[in-house]
Ligand binder design. Structure first.
Ligand code: SF4
Length: 369
C-alpha cells in the first residue's frame, strides 16, 4: 500500500556550486505549464494517493514559485488526497522566501512541516556555495517559523572547502539557541558535473581533508546529542517525537509514489522513475503518454539492508529472514567481516552500525553493493 507522496518542483532562483539534484532556472511560463502538468499527473494516480499518510514537496526550491502558483496546486491536491489521513506534510523552502503570509497560506493548506536549506551561517561560505540568502535572512525566517508554530527542519552542510572549526561551532551554537525540531546535517559530497567538482579538479579550490571531515562529524554528533537531539539516521537528528515520518518511509522501504520531473516511485517491489527532461515530461503529460521508466537494478533484499542500516536502530534480523526466507548473513556474507572489525554490531536482535561504523559506513556499503 502506498503510504507517501513525493512531489518534485525542480525550480530554483540560482544554481548552487555543489548541486547535482534535478533542478533548473526557468521562465514563469514554464513554471505555470509544469504546475498544470503536475495536477494532471496527480489526477491520473488519484486512486493510489487518496489515503496516504505523508506528503513531501521537494526540489529544487518549491518556495521559489509564486505563492499563487503553490496555492493553486495545493487547492487541487486537497480535492484528491484526504487530508484527514495525513500525518505529516512537508515543503522545502529557501530562507529568502519565508514570509508571514506564505506560512499562513501553508498552514491553511494542511502543511505541517517546513524544511529550510540553511547550509551555513557564514556569509563567505554561503557565497562560495552559491546560496543567495544571508545569515540575517535565516534569523528572520526562524523568528517567523517559531511564531507560526509549524514544525521545522533545517538543512546544514559540513566539510565545505574553507570551513573552519570556528565556523562549525558557530552554526552549532545557533542550533542550540533556536532549537529547530529537526536537523539534517550532511557532509558536502563532491558530485560529478558540478562547478565545485570542476574547481577542485582544476586545483582552484582545495578539497576538504577526510580526517578533518571525520572530526567535524564527531563534533556535530556530540554537540547535537548534548542539545537533546536524537541521531536516528546517518545524517538526521530530531528532538523527541519529531523524526521525519516521510523520510522514514524511504528508510523502511515502504511504498511511495513520486510525481514530477525525475521523481522516483517504489511500489509492488519495483522502482520507477519519471523522465528527466522537462520538455519530454510536459509533452508526455499533454499526450497522456507519460510512462515511468522501471529501474532494473532494484533489489529489495539489498535495498532493505542499505536503507535499514542508515538508521541508527539498524535492521531487525528475524524480520529480515522472515521477509526474504534467508538469513542476511547468508545473502551478504561480507557483513561478517564488518562484525569482526567492529564497524557493525548485533544488539537485541538488530544489526546496526557501531559509532565508528557510522563514520565509515561507505566501507560496508561498498562491500555489499
Ligand atoms: S537551491 Fe537546492 S536544489 Fe537549488 S541549486 Fe541550490 S542546492 Fe540545488
Amino acid at each position: 500500500m502506498i503510504k507517501g507522496l513525493y512531489i518534485h518542483i525542480p525550480f530554483c532562483d540560482q544554481i548552487c556550486t555543489y548541486c547535482d539534484f534535478c533542478k533548473m532556472v526557468t521562465s514563469d511560463h514554464t513554471k505555470k505549464e509544469y504546475m498544470k502538468a503536475l495536477v494532471k499527473e496527480l489526477e491520473y494516480y488519484s486512486d493510489l494517493v487518496s489515503h496516504i499518510e505523508t506528503i513531501y514537496i521537494g526540489g529544487g526550491t518549491p518556495s521559489s514559485l509564486d505563492d499563487d502558483l503553490i496555492e493553486a496546486f495545493l487547492d487541487e491536491l486537497e480535492t484528491i488526497v484526504d487530508m484527514n489521513s495525513i500525518k505529516e506534510f512537508t515543503i522545502e523552502t529557501n530562507p529568502n522566501d519565508i514570509t508571514e503570509k506564505f506560512l499562513t497560506m501553508l498552514k491553511t493548506h494542511h502543511i505541517t512541516r517546513v524544511s529550510m536549506g540553511v547550509q551555513s551561517l557564514n556569509e563567505n561560505l554561503l557565497n562560495f556555495l552559491g546560496r543567495t540568502h544571508k545569515p540575517e535572512t535565516v534569523f528572520h525566517a526562524i523568528e517567523l517559523l517559531k511564531k507560526s508554530k509549524l514544525n521545522f527542519n533545517l538543512d546544514f552542510l559540513y566539510a565545505i572547502p574553507g570551513q573552519t572549526k570556528e565556523n562549525l561551532l558557530k552554526d552549532l551554537n545557533f542550533i542550540s539557541e533556536f532549537k529547530p525540531h529537526h536537523i539534517s546535517y550532511y557532509s558536502l559530497i563532491l558530485e560529478d558535473k558540478t562547478v565545485l567538482n570542476y574547481l577542485i579538479n582544476k586545483h582552484k579550490v582545495e578539497d576538504f581533508d577526510d580526517d578533518k571531515a571525520r572530526d567535524f562529524g564527531e563534533i556535530i554528533d556530540e554537540k547535537l546529542i548534548s542539545f537533546g537531539y536524537e541521531k536516528y539516521e546517518i545524517s538526521n537528528y530530531s528532538l523527541p517525537e519529531y523524526k521525519s515520518k516521510h523520510n522514514l518511509l524511504y528508510w523502511n522501504l515502504d511504498e511511495y509514489l513520486g510525481i514530477g520531473l525525475y521523481a522516483s516511485s517504489q511500489f509492488n517491489h519495483i522502482r520507477m522513475i519519471n523522465p528527466k527532461k522537462i520538455s519530454k515530461y510536459l509533452k508526455e503529460i499533454e499526450d497522456k503518454s507519460l510512462t515511468m521508466h522501471q529501474l532494473e537494478d532494484f533489489n529489495p533484499q539489498l535495498e532493505t539492508l542499505l536503507v535499514g542500516l542508515r538508521k541508527t536502530e539498524g535492521i531487525e534480523l528475524d524480520a529480515y529472514k522472515e521477509k526474504f526466507n534467508q538469513d542476511v548473513f547468508t545473502i551478504y556474507p561480507e557483513l561478517k567481516k564488518h562484525l569482526e572489525n567492529k564497524l557493525l554490531k548485533i544488539e537485541e536482535g538488530r544489526l546496526k552500525f557501531t559509532k565508528e561504523g557510522m563514520y565509515l559506513s561507505n566501507q560496508v556499503f561498498v562491500d555489499i553493493i
